[in-house]
Structures are given as C-alpha cells and as structure tokens.
Design a protein around this ligand. Structure first.
Ligand code: ADP
Ligand code: MG
Ligand code: ZN
Length: 611
C-alpha cells in the first residue's frame, strides 16, 4: 500500500509534464521563442524548462518542454548558429529506485518481524491474538500414538488405563457420581517417555490432544501467559472430551518465592495463579483431563499438588532390563536387522538407558550399518552404538560402573531390609539400582508436601534408621562409606533436629519449640525467623541431643543389618542381576528377616517422655 502511494507521488511531475498538449523542443528553439516573446508562464527546474506558448501552435500544442543547457555552452552554440538539443533523459526509474528501495527493504523487514513475532505469539501480525493460546496450533485430533508404542513402563500405563476408559465414556463415570482426578502428573527423568505416554492416552481414547510446554508460557508481556491459560482451557472445554497436556510443568509452576521489590516474577506468578484458578474451576465431569509432566517434582509449587489439583502422580521411571528389552522390540521394528540378534542380550548391555536412549540406540546402530554399506543391521553395530552412547551418558554421569553398581546394590538393599525389619516403617515396594535424579531411597518418590500422618517418636527414630540403612550396609560390606549417602544424611539430620527443636520430644531439652517456620505467604516475607533466641548452653544441648539421636538410630540400623547379613548379601546379588525387584520378587527372601532385634540399651533413656 505504502508502495503505491509513494510511487504515485513520484509519478506526479511526470504526469503533469507529459500531457498530450505539450511538445519537446530543442533548447535553441526555446531561445528563439524567448527572443520572439512567444513564451508565457515558465517553470524552470534544475533539469528542464517548461512553459506555455502565448498562442497555440498549428499542431494545437500549448505547452513545451526543453532541457536546460548550461548558459556558457548555450551562448557559444547560439553564436555558431546550430540547432542543438539535449536528450531529456528520464531519471524517473533512478529516482524511483532511490526512493522506494530503502522503503521496500524497510517494509519487508517489518513484515518479517511481524511474522516472527506472530509465530512467537507476540505482537505484529499476532497483535490481535495475543491471548489466543498456542495450544490451538498443537491440537491433534488423531494422534496415531497408542499404548502399543510405549513399553517398559507398565505400571504407569496401568494407572492411566482408567483415564482412557473415562475419556471414552465420561457419562458412565458421572452416572455413579465417580470423579476422575483432575490433574495427573507424570513424574520421571527426561527421556523416559512422558510426552509419549500423554499422547498415547489421547490416541487410545481417540480424543483431541491439546499440548503446550510450560516454558512457552514464560512470555514477553505480563498477563499474556495468564490469558493463554484461560484460552487453553476455554478451547479444551469446547472440545471435550479431550486431554490437555502441559509439558515441563516446572517451568511454569516453580515454587513461588517471596522476593522483595522484584517484579520480575509477577508474570510467572500470574500465569501460575491462573492455572490454579482453572484447575479449581473445572469439573472433570465435563470430560477434560489434565495431564502434566515434570522431571523435577521437588521444584513444583506445593499449591499445585494439593488435593483437587494435580492430586495423582504417576511415576515414569527408567526402565529395568525387562523394560529395555520391551522398548527395544518397539523400536527395532523400524529397521532391518539380523534375526539372530538376541534382544535380551542387548538390553543387558544398556543398564541406565532411558526409552529415548533406546530409540537413539536403534537409530545409531542402523546408521553404523549404513556407513559400512551393509544391507542389514548386525549385533556388532549395536555393540558399537552402545559404546558410543554410554560414553556420552557417562559424561552426564547417568551410568554406573561395576563397582558403583555393587555399592548401590548393597546400599539400597540396606535401606530395604531395615525398612522391612523395624516396626512402623513404610514397607518397601520396589528396590532398584537404576539411577534416578530424585528420591533418596532410590525406590520411593518423596512427596514434597508435609508428612501426612502423626508420627510417634519411635517411628521417627525408625525412619532415621531406615535412612541410615544404605550407609551402614556399605560400611559393613566394603568397610568404607561413599558419598552416595549424602541425601540420606540430610534427611536424618532434619528429622533429628525436628525431634528436638520442633516436636519437643527430647527429654533433655523439653517441650520447648525453638524453631517456628511461618509460611511467608501468610504473613509477608520477613516472618521466616527463629522465634526463640537460644542461649549458648541450650544450643550446645540441642546439638548434642541431635547427635545422640542420630547415633542411636545408627546403632539400631547396624544391629538390624548385622542380624540379617546373609539376606543383605543374597538380596544385593539378586538386585545386581535384575536391577529392579518388586515386592513379589523379594518377598520370599524378606520373609526370613529377623524382625526388631533385641532392644537397644540406650533406647530406654529417650523413650521417657519429656515432662
Ligand atoms: P520425556 O517426555 O519423558 O522426556 P519423550 O516422551 O519425549 O520423553 O521420549 C522421547 C522418545 O523416546 C519417544 O518419542 C520415543 O521414541 C522414545 N521413548 C521414550 N520412552 C519410551 C518408552 N517407554 N517406550 C518406547 N519408546 C520410548
Ligand atoms: Mg517430554
Ligand atoms: Zn540411600
């Protein structure tokens, strides 16, 4: 548009000068006309002279135009009496270009910028649709993915089958008043197939799949993220039954930190608040199921995990050997491979691999085979590919060497045996030496929320003993301890400290609370302080009580493990072989555990109630 206006303006003088009434005459003729006084109304420009004849010429032309000739030249030419002229060269295109080219470049740039911003969901062409969720772009009505594409995570799939049933027939569920969990959080390390599973749920149920990544909500303008959340849910409601999937929930739902005088977090907070509001506002009876994925559940704002929000968590763990074998079978179908390849053997070589690593392995092996111009992928291609991938993973320290594996096996078995032997402990469900980015026990997920039950002092002490089980097992077997117990020790210390300073359970210190944490969200940011100033003597007493409690628990652990040493050995061997043991698998072994060995000599002292 601008272009046309511009060129019109540039054209104007040429339109005016080039009318049918005008004629182009040599400069010498102009001089003659001038001397004969036949000229009227002259227009003189740098390049030409335009004028009117006093009386129209015979050919009815009323105007003329001539090119200016430098006066000196004109003079000498006139003296010599020649008719002369100068070409009226058209500078039109030159002018046009010099004017419009920069303009064109500018306009082009502007359009590109607009497109780019629009694709980012920002302004420009997208200015009008700032609040429109990009989820629209990601709506897939027919995801071809089904549960058959997902392998090695059977437990997670079992939990989600019910959701599929619900999505297929939401009426059936609402008829009996049953309510689906609103939000289901898929928790697991990167590459274990969380995104794949979410898609498969939609594919199985044959419902639309809205997906968006938490990191996309982190936007340019304050309020855009919140508007987008609103829009996403709005759209989903119209398409129900359907699935909303929020990937990387941690990017959006990071725990809110009170920051004084910093507005930088407003946007995220607004978005998160909007999400919470939508979660509270929507009714699963409408047939919308919210799935989300994270690999850092501990980072999430506790508000997200409260009942009625993401109240169900599904663990998507690294696969064990059997799982890897199943995943390999899914992916190996895509390549031509030698039928003699023993898939379980390859699975055995890939300890620590995730589903994504397995998919990558198949692809690498095929690439290697192609490079050596083979018609078929052979076992050795897999071996080479494994070596290559392991080297990469080792750098990211996800793969354990043989000695580390042994250490971890005894460590985890130590936790499990103590947990099975002492009263009031959560019984082990699954023992695993597959490395995991979170969870100190290696086989249970710790909810980031507070303890849900009342616990007695005895139970707290036993919990400490279980946490120390890993470290004590290591020291019994290898006569040395590793850094692997660092997380356990943090928890042990926290429990011991809470026993003394928070729960008032230490007879020496008495029922006085020394630490009172007040949620900063209730009373502003400055409240997170210790209420009672300790005297130096009290501080010493508290410290020594904490130490006593931990030592006490450690003795209990040692006692338990020594009494069950042979089970520790057998269990660790089994664990090394299978990588993951479910309760069915370790039950026969654990039935032989010596329960609650004879009471501790020191225990009596602290069983006494503080006044
Ligand atoms: P996450 O979302 O947990 O990081 P993805 O779902 O993006 O992992 O997985 C990436 C790819 O790895 C998938 O597209 C799939 O090809 C492969 N993959 C991961 N886990 C599995 C699995 N359990 N079964 C089959 N393939 C898997
Ligand atoms: Mg993902
Ligand atoms: Zn441990």
């Amino acid at each position: 548009m601008t272009f046309f206006v511009l060129s019109l303006i540039l054209w104007m003088p040429y339109f005016l000068q080039g009318t049918a009434k005008s004629v182009e005459i040599p400069y010498s003729e102009f001089e003659t006309l001038l001397s004969e006084k036949k000229v009227d109304q002259l227009v003189v420009t740098d390049q030409f002279i335009r004028g009117q004849f006093k009386e129209p010429r015979k050919d009815s032309k009323t105007e003329f135009i001539t090119v200016r000739v430098p006066p000196d030249l004109a003079k000498s030419l006139a003296e010599s009496g020649v008719t002369y002229t100068k070409a009226l060269e058209s500078t039109f295109f030159k002018d046009l270009l010099s004017w419009t080219l920069p303009a064109l470049i500018f306009i082009g740039f502007w359009i590109l910028l607009g497109r780019y911003m629009a694709s980012k969901g920002g302004f420009g062409a997208g200015m009008m649709s700032v609040g429109k969720s990009k989820a629209k772009l990601y709506m897939e009505t027919d995801t071809q993915t089904t549960f058959a594409d997902v392998a090695g995570v059977d437990e997670a799939l079992d939990e989600l089958r019910e959701v599929v049933e619900f999505l297929k027939k939401p009426e059936d569920y609402s008829r009996l008043g049953a309510r689906m969990p609103k939000g289901i959080l898929l928790v697991g390390p990167p590459g274990t197939g969380k995104t794949l599973i979410a898609k498969a749920v939609a594919g199985e149920a044959r419902v639309p799949f809205f997906s968006i990544s938490g990191s996309e909500f982190v936007e340019l303008f304050v309020g855009v993220g919140a508007a987008r959340v609103r829009d996403l849910f709005e759209q989903a409601r119209q398409k129900a039954p359907c699935i909303i999937f929020i990937d990387e929930l941690d990017a959006l739902g990071k725990a809110r930190t009170p920051q004084i005088g910093s507005g930088g977090h407003d946007e995220k907070e607004q978005t998160l608040n909007q999400l919470l509001a939508e979660l509270d506002g929507f009714d699963t009876k409408a047939g919308v199921i919210l799935l989300a994925a994270t690999n850092r559940p501990e980072m999430l704002d506790p508000a997200l995990l409260r009942a009625g929000r993401f109240d169900r968590q599904v663990l998507v763990d690294r696969p064990d050997k059997k799982g890897r074998e199943a995943i390999l079978k899914v992916h190996i179908k895509k390549i031509k491979y030698e039928s003699s390849i023993e898939i379980d053997e390859i699975a055995g070589l890939t300890s620590g691999f995730t589903g994504a690593d397995m998919a990558n392995l198949v692809n690498e092996a095929a690439l290697i085979a192609t490079r050596r111009k083979s018609e078929i992928v052979e076992k050795n291609d897999f071996v080479v590919a494994i070596e290559r991938i392991v080297a990469g993973l080792e750098k990211r320290s996800r793969i354990l060497n043989e000695k580390e594996r042994r250490t971890v096996a005894y460590h985890e078995m130590g936790h499990a045996i103590v947990a099975a032997a002492l009263p009031g402990c959560d019984r082990p469900q699954k023992i695993s030496i597959i490395p995991r980015g979170f969870g100190a026990l290696g086989y249970t997920i710790q909810r980031p929320t507070e303890d849900r039950y009342l616990m007695t002092r005895e139970e707290l002490s036993n919990k400490m003993a279980v946490l120390l089980g890993g470290r004590v097992a290591e020291s019994l077997v290898f006569h040395e301890i590793s850094t692997g117990a660092a997380d356990d020790l943090v928890k042990v210390t926290n429990i011991a400290e809470a026993i003394v300073t928070k729960y008032g359970m230490s007879p020496m210190v008495g029922p006085i609370v020394f630490e009172q944490q007040i949620s900063p969200f209730l009373e502003g940011p400055y409240q997170n302080i210790e209420r009672h100033i300790r005297s130096e003597a009290t501080a010493k007493l508290i410290d020594s009580e904490i130490k006593n409690l931990v030592e006490d628990a450690q003795k209990k652990t040692k006692h338990t493990l020594m009494a069950n040493r042979h089970i520790l050995e057998e269990g660790a061997k089994l664990l090394l072989e299978k990588e993951t043991l479910t309760d069915v698998e370790f039950k026969p072994l654990f039935e032989k555990i010596v329960m609650t060995p004879e009471p501790h000599p020191e225990r009596d002292t602290w069983v006494d109630l503080p006044i």
